[in-house]
Design a protein around this ligand. Structure first.
Ligand code: MV4
Length: 461
């Protein structure tokens, strides 16, 4: 096992990794930027190394500085957390070249699954369901028109190197296809340095369901059931739950098994998430594979009792998986609300600044993963998520009731947060009855905006 790991991240996930390392009796080194010098998580690390100014491009994204910090502090391994360099295959390769273990997959497995087309080809082999569409990048519009004709409109143009919704175009007819391909390719080239695009069948009004998987360096792979992450806005998830409500357990078991088969085929060691869209008939279609620990991992920990971050560290150290598939049991229901320092009434504008009151809820089945405390100043440089509120209860109904109680206990002032929005959603009939799709939250917020305009007009008269 490792003696010391370096954490190439900040905030709540840095704290989460420190906690896992301590339980494994591993020392931690945190790198931090000048903007994070007062970060409360740094007090829990055994050592800290400043790697540059606030902008991530000059600190958390600087491979040279992070590797130097690992060398001077004698770290055996690096945990990248999520975001920043977590899915950068070049970083994983530099770690290997420097004889520092990257706590995540090999650069080869990361590149194979990070390229959406090679991932689709591998999924086909593993019998993981995918959308009908390309297996190779589009080279000329004529071939794409022929393929779109075959799969039927609407189709979606996607970037091979894409992610998070950038470089995508929905196309409803042949007349729009050539222009959509050209503009998607241009956007992809600018955003990812790779202009390759492909097409697949477009599915409207679906649910986003993802399977958590773990693979080790000995050819074992298991799944840890699914999470439903449908409640999101502009590709930013707001609420996640596990298991997915009203899911057909037979169909779920089949897709979950296929996700484990996929990462086993890819020689994948570490934690990964296989994302799917699920249609009204509970048919699944793979979207992409995330080769990192995800923000919403705690809900899977709550329903399985498995510590994913500890498991990632053990896997990187070469240990076989601590669990066989038959040992993974699903118990109860978990919900996570992301607490962001944002004002939902002002287009989710970030609200950095000094935190006054910070009261954390508690009680059985309540978990808060947050690096924030009273007196902490939220820097403007990074993501505005300041914590995650997670509840676990025997049923979905109980979990919603528990979440309502926990949200009402939680107090953060004077900054605006997503707490009031969560309180409202926990009472929305569509959420309570799980009658949602990926457009649900945006429609709800749109309705609010329209009502706000109405009242403005009324007051003017
Ligand atoms: C799709 C789709 C419908 N059909 N692919 C958005 C982000 C990227 N991960 C893939 N995305 C989508 N791909 C097909 N064939 C709809 C989306 C999509 C979406 C997916 C998951 C969660 C929220 C979403 C919001 C808009 C569009």
């Amino acid at each position: 096992m490792f003696s010391r790991i370096l954490i190439a991240n900040r905030g709540e996930i840095a704290l989460r990794i420190i906690r896992a390392a301590r339980e494994l009796d591993i020392e931690t080194v945190c790198v931090y930027s000048e903007a994070d010098a007062d970060g409360p998580w740094l007090e829990l690390a055994d050592e800290k190394v400043c790697i540059g100014p606030g902008p991530a491009t000059e600190s958390y994204l600087r491979i040279d500085r992070i590797i130097s910090a690992a060398e001077i502090s004698n770290a055996d391994a690096i945990h990248p957390g999520y975001g920043f360099l977590a899915e950068n295959a070049h970083f994983a390769e530099v770690c290997r070249d420097c004889h520092i273990e990257f706590i995540g997959p090999s650069p080869e497995a990361m590149a194979l699954l990070g390229d959406k087309l090679s991932c689709r080809r591998m999924a086909k082999e593993a019998k993981t369901p995918i959308f009908p569409g390309s297996t190779k990048p589009i080279e000329e519009a004529a071939a794409a028109i022929k393929l779109a004709e075959k799969i039927g409109y609407p189709v979606i143009v996607k970037a091979v190197a894409g992610g998070g919704g950038r470089g995508m175009r929905i196309v409803h007819s042949e007349a729009e296809l050539a222009t959509a391909i050209a503009s998607a390719a241009q956007e992809a080239a600018a955003a990812f340095g790779n202009g390759a695009v492909y097409i697949e069948k477009f599915l409207p009004n679906a649910r986003h369901v993802e399977i958590q998987v773990l693979g080790d360096k000995h050819g074992n792979a298991i799944h840890l059931f699914e999470r439903d992450c449908t409640t999101q806005r502009r590709h930013q998830k707001l609420i996640e739950e596990a298991p997915a409500p009203n899911i057909d357990p037979k169909k779920r078991d089949a897709v979950a098994k296929s996700a484990a088969d996929l990462i086993r085929k890819a020689n994948y060691a570490g934690a990964a998430t296989v994302e799917f869209l699920m249609d009204d008939d509970h048919k699944f279609y793979m979207l992409e594979v995330n080769t990192r620990i995800q923000v919403e991992h705690p809900i899977t920990e709550m329903i399985t009792g498995i510590d994913l971050v500890k498991e990632m560290i053990r896997i990187a150290a070469g240990e076989p998986l601590s669990y066989k598939q038959k040992d993974v049991k699903l118990r109860g229901h978990a919900i996570e609300c992301r607490i962001n320092a944002e004002d939902p009434n002002k287009g989710f504008m970030p609200q950095p600044g000094l935190v006054g009151e910070f009261i954390i809820p508690g009680g059985p089945g309540v978990r808060v993963d947050s690096h924030v405390r009273s007196g902490y100043c939220i820097p403007p440089n990074y993501d505005s998520m300041i914590g995650k509120l997670i509840v676990h209860a025997p049923t979905r109904e109980d979990a919603i009731v528990k979440m309502r109680g926990a949200l009402s206990e939680m107090k953060i002032s004077p900054i605006k947060t997503t707490i009031p929005l969560h309180q409202r959603i926990m009472h929305e009939p569509a959420f309570v009855n799980a009658l949602y799709d990926i457009g649900y939250l945006e429609r709800l917020l749109e309705k609010d905006a329209l009502q706000a305009t109405d009242s403005l007009v009324i007051t003017e008269h």
